[in-house]
Design a protein. Structure first.
Length: 456
C-alpha cells in the first residue's frame, strides 16, 4: 500500500548522470526499454511525480489518496496494455503513451531540462508553502537570464487553452494546466494594465543578495510616470513580459496558479471589495461623512496622524529613490536610534510639491511625534505632524500609471466642482497607494484626494 513517505527518491534516480538514458524522461526517467505495469507503479511511487503531491517529500493525507488513485488507474490500464513508456519531458507535444513491450521511441531524446524547469514545477505544484518559497528564491536568482524561456514555456501550453479545467489530475495534467493558467493570467490581467508603459530592469544589492526590480516607468510610485518625450512601447517587450510574469510568480507561494487566475476573473467581474485590497497594516483613522455613488467619490474626516516625508523637489519628482530613502528611515538604517518600525499604509505623494510620505506608527501620532527617533543627517527626510483634515477621495484599482491618475484626478475635481454641498478648499491633489509594487493589479487599491470644505 502506498504511503506518503515512499515519495523519497534515491539521488541516482532524481539526479542521474548526464550520460544516463533516464535523463530524457519525465521526473524519475525511465530507460528506453518498456517496464511492466507493476514496476512502473513502484517507480512512480518513488518519483518526482509524487513529490509534487507532498512538496517533494512528506505530504499530507490527501497526497496519499491521489497517489493511490493514480496507481489504481495504472492497474486498470494494465488490463488493456502490457506496458507503458513515459513520454519525454521536453516539448509541448510530449505525451504519456502506451507501447507494446520492447517498443522503442521513434524520436531522438531531447536534451536535459533547463535548470529553471524543476524550480518552476515545484513552485506550481508543490503542496507545502516552504517548498514553493524556496523554489521562488531559486527562480529569482536566475530570472533575468531565463525569463524569456519561461514565458515561451507557459505560452506553448497556454495558447490553445480554453480556460480553467474542471479536473486537474496531478502530475499528468498539473504542470501543463498550471502553465496555461499562468499564461492566461499574465496575458489577460497583467499585460493590459502595463500597456503603453516602458519597463526597466533595476538590480540592487541588499544584505549581500542581488535583488531584481522591474520598474514600470509610467507608474507614479515606481518611477515618477513616463518622462516627456519618451515614447510608449509599440508592442509588448520581453521586459514587460518578464515583469508581468514575475508579479504572478510571487503570488504562487501562498496560492495555486488556478486560484490566482480565479481571483483575477472575480475582480474583473466586480466581485472584489476595496477593503479586501487593503493590506493588514496600520493606517490613519477616518470617518466617511458623505458618499456620492453616482460620481464615485466620498468625503472623509481624518483624525490627526504623522508622517515621515522627503523634501519636495517640485512637479512629480517623487519616485522609487524617494521610496528607498523613506524605507531606510523606517527600517532603522537612517534614524538616530537605529529603530526598526512596522510598515504602514498608504504611501502618499503630493502632486504640487513632489513630496512622498510614509505614515508613522500610531504611537508617534500627535504630540508623541517628539518621541520618534530623529532622521540621520544624511537621511534626506523630515518628520511632520498632520492635523485632522477633510478630503474628497476617489478610489480606483490597477496600476497607478500617470495617465490614469491624471484622469481620476480630473474626474474628482469636476465632481467636487459640481457638488452642491462641497467645494475645493485648496488645489493640492494627493495620490495614495496602499500596496507594494508587486501586488497584482486586480488586488491593488489606489486613491486620489483633494481638500474640501462645506459650501457656505
Amino acid at each position: 500500500m502506498l504511503r506518503n513517505g515512499i515519495s523519497k527518491v534515491p539521488d541516482t534516480w532524481r539526479h542521474p548522470p548526464a550520460d544516463h538514458p533516464s535523463r530524457d524522461y519525465w521526473a524519475v526517467g525511465y530507460p528506453p526499454a518498456a517496464k511492466s505495469i507493476s514496476a512502473l507503479q513502484r517507480d512512480l511511487a518513488q518519483s518526482d511525480f509524487f513529490a509534487a503531491f507532498s512538496g517533494c517529500g512528506g505530504g499530507g493525507g490527501g497526497a496519499g489518496v491521489e497517489a493511490w488513485l493514480l496507481c489504481l488507474v495504472l492497474t486498470i490500464v494494465a488490463g488493456t496494455a502490457t506496458s507503458i513508456v513515459v513520454g519525454k519531458r521536453e516539448g509541448p507535444d510530449a505525451r504519456v503513451s502506451r507501447r507494446a513491450e520492447g517498443a522503442t521511441l521513434s524520436e531522438d531524446p531531447p536534451a536535459a531540462a533547463a535548470e529553471w524547469r524543476p524550480s518552476l514545477r515545484r513552485l506550481l505544484l508543490a503542496r507545502r508553502s516552504d517548498v514553493r518559497q524556496e523554489a521562488l528564491k531559486e527562480l529569482s536568482g536566475i530570472f533575468d537570464e531565463v525569463s524569456v524561456e519561461i514565458f515561451d514555456e507557459i505560452e506553448r501550453y497556454g495558447r490553445d487553452s480554453k480556460g480553467v479545467p474542471a479536473l486537474r489530475l496531478r502530475p499528468f495534467l498539473g504542470y501543463r494546466a498550471a502553465c496555461a493558467s499562468l499564461y492566461r493570467t499574465v496575458t489577460n490581467h497583467i499585460l493590459p494594465q502595463q500597456a503603453g508603459s516602458p519597463v526597466e530592469l533595476q538590480k540592487r544589492t541588499r544584505d549581500g543578495e542581488q535583488r531584481l526590480r522591474y520598474v514600470l516607468k509610467n507608474d507614479v510610485l515606481d518611477a515618477n510616470g513616463q518622462e516627456d518625450g519618451e515614447e510608449a512601447e509599440a508592442e509588448v517587450s520581453d521586459a514587460s513580459k518578464a515583469r508581468a510574469l514575475f508579479v504572478v510568480l510571487r503570488q504562487l507561494v501562498s496560492n495555486t496558479a488556478w486560484a490566482v487566475e480565479r481571483s483575477a476573473i472575480q475582480a474583473a467581474a466586480g466581485e472584489g471589495e476595496w477593503k479586501q485590497r487593503t493590506p493588514d497594516l496600520e493606517t490613519p483613522d477616518y470617518e466617511v461623512l458623505y458618499r456620492d455613488a453616482l460620481n464615485g467619490y466620498e468625503v472623509r474626516e481624518y483624525a490627526p496622524y504623522a508622517v515621515v516625508r522627503t523634501a519636495g523637489q517640485g512637479g512629480e519628482a517623487a519616485n522609487n529613490r524617494s521610496f528607498f530613502m523613506l524605507a531606510d528611515y523606517i527600517f532603522g538604517k537612517k534614524n538616530e536610534r537605529n529603530e526598526k518600525m512596522a510598515m504602514t499604509t498608504p504611501v502618499q505623494m503630493d502632486k504640487s510639491t513632489g513630496t512622498m510620505s510614509f505614515i508613522m506608527p500610531s504611537k508617534y501620532w500627535g504630540e508623541s511625534l517628539s518621541e520618534a527617533p530623529s532622521p540621520a543627517e544624511d537621511a534626506g527626510v523630515t518628520l511632520q505632524a498632520r492635523p485632522g483634515e477633510r478630503v474628497a477621495v476617489s478610489i480606483f484599482g490597477g496600476y497607478a500609471v500617470g495617465s490614469l491618475v491624471a484622469r481620476k484626478t480630473e474626474e474628482l475635481l469636476d465632481s467636487v466642482a459640481e457638488s452642491e454641498e462641497w467645494e475645493l478648499a485648496e488645489n493640492a491633489t494627493r495620490l495614495l497607494q496602499y500596496n507594494d509594487p508587486f501586488t497584482v493589479p486586480w488586488k491593488r487599491r489606489n486613491e486620489v484626494s483633494v481638500p474640501v470644505r462645506q459650501r457656505a
